[in-house]
Ligand binder design. Structure first.
Ligand code: NAD
Length: 251
């Protein structure tokens, strides 16, 4: 006889993720928790991170993913990790001519360098278990689609795809999977901030919507559904792939 109790798709898994305080990372932290995972939710924004404390399955940790010593300290504190989700990233607006050296360094460092450091810190724990899944946040604005005013951002997100495939190829035999998620436009606080920063925010919003062939942006929860699948054993035979979730924008 069935107990009727719903099993979580992530029961028993320990998941570490970055950029969990808002947007896609926050939605994923909550979705992972609701599916039964023990979630270690990290971010630099302690204030917003604290809002996740109402979920008993979520532990919060302040972590700046550009700081190697902080990453190594966190890795020492955590005994086992089943899933590492590298979500942190920053959108620089502009062409190559608008991108100063400091913008280039900051973006490449946060969007790709952080993943390099996080994977190096957490992969050995997965290798010890002969099992683990790394999910990296990329974007359709990458090697998938040329998008105006996203020069260094797209460069960094294309590098994330390369990093993902490389890690996947190197560690298949050791039980490690590595995939990346490539959203189109997702309605998140930082997207709203970028719209507000434009000279005509109403027009900027219409421009964002106008480029969506589906007529709307994605919600962070829709991206989280995909991430739950990738974090779960349902995706056990999937590695080295970029998962586009863009409402058909890149078609
Ligand atoms: P967001 O920009 O709203 O929030 C980002 C979070 O990252 C914030 O909580 C912030 O405090 C945190 N953060 C910033 N710097 C950090 C650092 N050094 N260390 C740790 N945390 C830091 O989030 P979002 O819009 O959901 O974007 C999340 C990811 O998804 C990013 O990598 C972004 O490039 C990617 N993405 C977003 C969209 C979109 O349309 N929103 C589309 C494609 C890809």
């Amino acid at each position: 006889m069935e107990s009727g109790r719903r099993m979580g798709r992530l029961d028993g898994k320990v998941i570490v993720l970055s950029a969990a305080a808002q947007g896609i990372g926050r939605a994923c932290a909550i979705a992972f928790c609701k599916e039964g995972a023990t979630v270690i939710a990290t971010d630099i924004n302690e204030e917003k991170l604290k809002e996740l404390q109402l979920y008993s399955g979520i532990q919060i940790k302040v972590l700046d993913v550009t700081r190697k010593e902080q990453i190594e300290k966190l890795a020492k504190e955590i005994e086992r990790v089943d899933v590492l989700f590298n979500c942190a990233g920053f959108v620089h607006h502009g062409t190559i001519l608008d991108c100063e050296d400091k913008d280039w360094e900051f973006t490449m460092n946060l969007n790709v360098g952080s993943m390099y450091m996080m994977i190096r810190a957490f992969l050995p724990k997965m290798l010890a278990e002969k099992s683990g899944h790394i999910i990296n946040m990329s974007s359709v604005a990458s090697s998938i689609k040329g998008v105006v005013n996203r020069c260094v951002y797209s460069t960094s997100k294309a590098a994330v795809i390369g990093l993902t495939k490389s890690v996947a190829a190197d560690f298949i035999e050791q039980g490690i999977k590595c995939n990346c998620v490539c959203p189109g436009t997702v309605d998140t606080p930082s997207l709203r901030d970028r719209i507000q920063a434009q000279p005509n925010p109403e027009q900027a919003l219409q421009d964002f919507l106008g480029r969506q062939r589906s007529g709307r942006m994605a919600t962070a929860e829709e991206v989280a559904h995909l991430c739950v699948y990738l974090a779960s054993d349902e995706s056990a035979y999937v590695t080295g792939r970029e998962f586009v979730i863009d409402g058909g924008w890149s078609l």
